[in-house]
Design a protein around this ligand. Structure first.
Ligand code: FES
Ligand SMILES: [Fe+2]
Length: 342
């Protein structure tokens, strides 16, 4: 359709509005590791420039509020959890799970329904707490393409930082050319095909041919029938699942990213595998998850030199960048969320 060629093999991608910008596209974003928030505690988190107070009630439910108290603006992470409610430290206003203010000390008539603050949809999955920075949350979808979401077992991996925008980290995993130049993969071994599932999800599957002559190809042919198994699936803006490994053992690593207040990236890796039943199954799953988590370190800490100094700007896209372009186009058609700080 709109893919026009300029001279000398350059492609046109048009003006970008969502990509590389401060706005968030519709989706779930991680805020904290579940283990970092015990019952009865409240913590400050900033997501894409917006300050939040994340707290866990006495019964274990996670709530995510706008951070600043509607009374005078105190940060609610200074406050205290009281059963299923949160009380501001400053003048002790009390807020219920939905953000409604239910008690103001030294006030004869308690506030009506209109007084309160914004409570954002929250969920816990894969050992992380996630927020939906909009009004009506969609289902939590991220899972390896070959595994039903309900059949996934997970293990939280490493926390990492990058000095660039999360989108730059996201596209790195499908930047075919850099696997040849930086990671020295031989010629035709990687050839990614994009398939968009819906507005929120797109998958890149390797269809490349194993080389017959290269030593690496001969070695890999022992583990793979004819294609190196490598699949990348993306959800929303900043969640990706990389799947790889020999034909007899597929490993899956989820990357949960978010933009930090300094414009960089904060992320977690999560090891995922298909759930097996029984004692032996649990043991197998634990072993595979542990192995996956170790492998994920390579992805989490690789290419760091480039990420320190890059100013991502795809000014001259060429045919070899088609996967990156497909990612950007998919990202662009997702709805952006109202996440401006007032
Ligand atoms: S600032 Fe929170 S109660 Fe006054
Ligand atoms: Fe890389």
């Amino acid at each position: 359709g709109r893919r026009r060629t300029r001279g000398s093999g350059m492609l046109e991608i048009g003006k970008l509005t969502n990509f590389n910008q401060a706005v968030l596209v519709e989706g779930w974003y991680w805020v904290l590791a579940s283990d970092d928030l015990p019952a009865g505690r409240v913590k400050a988190v900033e997501l894409a420039g917006r300050p939040l107070a994340v707290w866990r009630s006495a019964s274990g439910a996670v709530r995510i509020f706008d951070a600043h108290c509607p009374h005078m603006g105190a940060h609610l992470a200074e406050g205290k959890v009281e059963g299923e409610a949160l009380r501001c430290f400053f003048h002790n206003w009390r807020f219920e799970a939905d953000g409604r203010c239910s008690h103001i000390p030294c006030l004869a008539h308690q506030p009506g329904a209109g007084v309160g603050l914004r409570a954002w949809p929250a969920i816990e999955r894969y050992g992380l707490i996630w927020v939906w920075p909009g009004a009506s949350p969609g289902a939590f979808q991220p899972a390896p393409p070959s595994i039903e979401a309900a059949a996934v077992r997970s293990m939280l991996g490493n926390r990492f930082r990058k000095a660039c925008h999360p989108n730059v980290v996201m596209v790195n995993a499908i930047d075919e050319q850099h696997f040849r130049t930086v990671h020295r993969l031989p010629g035709d071994i990687l050839c990614l095909q994009a398939a968009a599932h819906d507005r929120h999800a797109i998958t890149f599957r390797n269809t490349g041919q194993m080389p017959r002559t290269h030593w690496l190809g001969r070695l890999l042919r022992r583990c793979y029938r004819d294609t190196l198994y490598y699949e990348l699936s993306y959800w929303y803006g900043h969640v990706g699942v990389a799947s790889f490994g020999p034909d007899f053992l597929h490993l899956h690593v989820l990357f949960a990213l978010r933009r930090s207040s300094d414009g960089g990236t904060e992320g977690y890796t999560v090891a995922l595998t298909r759930r097996h039943a029984g004692l032996l199954g649990r043991l197998r799953d634990a072993l595979v998850l542990w192995l996956t988590r170790a492998g994920a370190r390579y992805f989490a800490f690789g290419d760091t030199r480039i990420f320190q100094s890059i100013r991502f700007n795809l000014r001259h896209p060429i045919a070899a960048d088609r996967s990156v372009i497909a990612f950007i186009r998919h990202y662009e058609q997702q709805a952006s969320l109202d996440w401006s700080s007032e």
